[in-house]
Design a protein around this ligand. Structure first.
Ligand code: ADP
Ligand code: K
Length: 413
């Protein structure tokens, strides 16, 4: 089925005659039947830059009258990208999101509190399409206005919360500040994504909100959330909707890597018609795995995203992803789930990684925490970092959308 879909995708790209059709012709592909899945790695990649260069709609393959909506990536890694969806694409999106939510234990009886932002960002509407397709009830709370969100969650008693992990922490701490405990909340499961987070962050969110936290992954160019999602029986990895999004993982040289080896995720959208993509380089680093043993779900899986290729820090020859730093910080029970990583390149000859954290207990021994975290970071990363414990509430919180946890400090650029 994947191969058939790949061949029809190639036909669509050739017929549309855009950048991707041209590149296919350049490598001798005249029709869909000229390609096969096991030769996919010979076909050209597509990159974020291709979207930017053909802004706004150069990547569109469907006629304008077939387009029903447009979403945009939030621009975390640079310029705005716009993606046109046909009615068929919105249908695929609703389907994969309903599947993702269903796998996480959401049912027709569920009440879903959706605090992903509604707008061009795909988080809010993606969950919305999926929850309505599944037949659950969805409250389109969107992000921000936290006081109102807290009140609605107490009044409407949702069993499902969907938002970014950093906003889940924000909500949990806001409840705790008003004296409401996790046991008093009605939440059973959370479907969190749109930014990198670690196992340590998961434990923090689960404790704060008293729910089971599941990881959902996606990106606007490919469709939005729902490209992959953890399910109750997926063994801690994310099932990929590979009947719609064919995954590959490649190394820095663009060559495919074996299962289990982390590299850059590449997706081919097998069924999209508005903005179909062949071998799109996501910039996200993860590893592929086979299906979970003993699970009825036969889909291949991916690891959690370790980070973005453009977020990888190289400090004095050591490669570090912000998520590795997060794992060390949050493994320490004295540390609150708020931190900021500063890549300090003011002294070119000796770049430093400076890390600001907050203590859980305002009376905590800051010096001891700094000393222990410095040692733990050195043990895990092989790198000496400068750790500072700031007073509570000194690190900016993310009340809307994705947290900003990495700052680059450089002179002379
Ligand atoms: P932007 O790249 O501007 O943030 P999107 O809003 O489309 O654009 O967000 C997609 C990106 O968000 C992904 O490429 C990935 O880097 C990140 N992301 C989404 N879900 C997850 C997740 N579960 N874990 C880690 N990163 C994620
Ligand atoms: K239209």
């Amino acid at each position: 089925m994947q191969e058939q879909r790949l061949r029809r995708l190639v036909d669509r790209l050739l017929a549309a005659g855009g950048v991707q059709g041209g590149r296919l012709r350049d490598c001798g592909v005249e029709r869909g039947d000229d390609v096969s899945l096991d030769q996919l790695h010979r076909l050209p990649f597509l990159a974020k830059e291709d979207f930017w260069e053909s802004y706004p709609f150069g990547m569109r393959s469907a006629p304008a009258e077939d387009v029903v909506c447009v979403h945009g990536s939030s621009g975390t890694a640079g310029r705005q990208t716009l993606v046109a969806y046909t009615a068929h694409d919105v249908d695929v999106w609703a389907h994969v999101m309903a599947r993702a939510l269903g796998g996480a234990g959401v049912t027709r009886r569920s009440f879903v509190h959706c605090s992903y932002g509604y707008g061009m960002f795909t988080g809010g509407l993606g969950v919305h399409h999926g929850a309505t397709r599944l037949g659950a009830t969805v409250l389109p709370a969107s992000s921000g206005a936290t006081d109102r969100q807290l009140r609605l969650m107490l009044d409407l008693r949702p069993d499902v919360l969907c938002c970014t992990p950093s906003y889940a922490i924000y909500l949990g701490e806001a409840f705790a500040a008003t004296g409401i405990t996790a046991e008093q909340l009605s939440l059973r499961v959370g479907v969190f994504g749109a930014e990198p987070w670690t196992e340590e962050m998961r434990q923090g969110v689960e404790r704060l909100l008293g729910l089971r936290a599941m990881n959902i992954y996606g990106l606007t160019e490919v469709i939005g959330p729902g490209v992959a999602c953890e399910s109750l029986d997926s063994g801690g990895l994310l099932n990929i909707a590979e009947d719609h999004f064919y995954p590959e993982v490649v190394g820095p040289d663009g060559q495919p890597l074996a299962d289990g080896q982390p590299g850059e995720l590449v997706f081919t959208t097998l069924t999209k018609t508005g903005t179909p993509l062949l071998r799109y380089r996501t910039g996200d680093v993860a590893a592929l795995h086979g299906p979970a043993a003993g699970s009825a779900r036969t889909l291949r899986r991916m690891s959690r995203v370790l980070g973005r290729t453009d977020d990888m820090l190289i400090i004095r020859g050591v490669n570090v992803f912000p998520s590795e730093v997060e794992a060390v910080l949050l493994a320490d029970p004295r540390v609150a789930p708020h931190y900021l990583i500063v890549e300090d390149r003011r002294d070119r000859s000796r770049p430093e990684l400076r890390i600001a954290v907050e203590p859980r207990d305002p009376q905590g021994d800051a010096e001891a925490i700094e000393r222990d975290l410095t040692a733990a970071l050195h043990a895990r990363l092989g790198l000496g970092c400068v750790v500072r414990v700031l007073p509570p509430d000194h690190i900016p919180r993310s009340e809307t959308g994705k947290a900003r946890r990495l700052v680059r400090w450089d002179y002379g650029v």
